[in-house]
Structures are given as C-alpha cells and as structure tokens.
Design a protein around this ligand. Structure first.
Ligand code: MN
Length: 200
C-alpha cells in the first residue's frame, strides 16, 4: 500500500507562485487519486512487493501511469520552498548550489542558459507531461520531455528537478499561460534539495 506524502511546507507557503487552492487540489485530489488507483490495481498484479521506482521501470498501462504519477509528484512537491526564502548561499533569489551549480555552468554555459532551455522544453511539450533535469551515471546533466506519467528512471537516468506541465498544476492560477507559470516556478525551487539528489 502506498500513502499520500505530506507536504514539507504549509498549504499557502508557495503563494503567489502556487496558490493554496491549486496546491490543495493538486496534492489532496490529483495525487491522492493516483495513490488510490495504484493501491486498487496492485493486488494480483505481480507488482505488489516492489518499490515505487521499480514499478515505474517495469510496469505498463494503468499501473505504470499511476505509479509514475506518484513518483513524479513526490519528487515535484518535495523540491519547493517558500519564495524568497534565503538559500544556503544567503541569497534571496533561488539559484543552484554546490557541485550541481558548477556542472550546470560547465554544460550549459550559465544558469540563465540552462533555465531558457528547460523552460522552452516545458512550454513546448504538447499536451500533458513533465520536463525533467536528470543525471546519467557519469553525472552528466540531461533535460528531457516526458509525456503523460513519464519519468526519466525508465531511461536509466536519475531525476533531479521537474516542472509539471499538466494543466491541473497551473490552470486555476495561470489559465492558459503555461510559460508564465514555468517562469514563476524558479523562485520556489529548493536548490539545496536538488543538490542532495545530484550528490546522493
Ligand atoms: Mn500534477
């Protein structure tokens, strides 16, 4: 049985980037729905005793979709913090830290160039899905678009950062303005958490 993760911040902590109303539906209704669906589908499936990531790597159909969405949202919701909250570097503006910051500069030239590519791939993804920053087994960074419930673990990559471009993630606050939503998300990324995922 899988359970709904608890949010590591208050429901209104991410305002005005993500409203308490959006967060309530996204976490309390959409993610809870995926958890309920997976738990209902697991008995007798052969996947009952597997870890979530292993289910995502091995399953297909409805079990893949619901397990993938749980894994995706668990990574998504735990990568944010309140906007303007000072990071480990003491700066109010969220920016990468540590070895990840150096790798981003090395591969993309600058944080701004990385942001531009990531945002363009998020804005350009047709329909519902996710844009991901991942690392390969050598620590090289990769940006990928994943439709539906896709997660880069199915490509042997380690997921670090993701923006959810399903309309349920932003429609109450931004309606059709997906690029504006993606731009705002940068101010709530918890880069210490992304660095932890990168150096794990
Ligand atoms: Mn979502």
């Amino acid at each position: 049985m899988f359970t709904l993760i608890s949010l590591p911040y208050a429901p209104d902590a991410l305002e005005p980037v993500i409203s308490a109303q959006t967060l309530g539906f996204h976490h309390g209704k959409h993610l809870q729905g995926y958890v309920n669906n997976l738990n209902a589908a697991l008995p007798g499936s052969g996947f009952e005793d597997l870890e979530l990531e292993e289910i995502v790597r091995k399953a297909s159909g409805g079990i893949f979709n619901n397990a993938g969405q749980i894994l995706n949202h668990n990574l998504y919701f735990t990568q944010f913090r309140a906007p303007g909250q000072a990071g480990g570097d003491g700066k109010a503006d969220a920016a990468p830290v540590g070895t990840l910051a150096a790798q981003i500069t090395k591969q993309f030239g600058s944080f701004e160039a990385f942001q531009a590519e990531f945002a363009a791939k998020g804005a350009g993804l047709f329909g519902s899905g996710w844009v991901w920053l991942s690392a390969d087994d050598k620590g090289e960074l990769v940006i990928t678009q994943e439709p539906g419930a896709g997660n880069p673990v199915t490509k042997g990559l380690r997921p670090l950062l993701t923006f959810d471009v399903w309309e349920h993630a932003y429609y109450l606050d931004y309606q059709n303005r997906r690029p504006d939503h993606l731009k705002a998300l940068w101010s709530i990324v918890n880069w210490e958490e992304i660095e932890r995922r990168y150096t794990r």
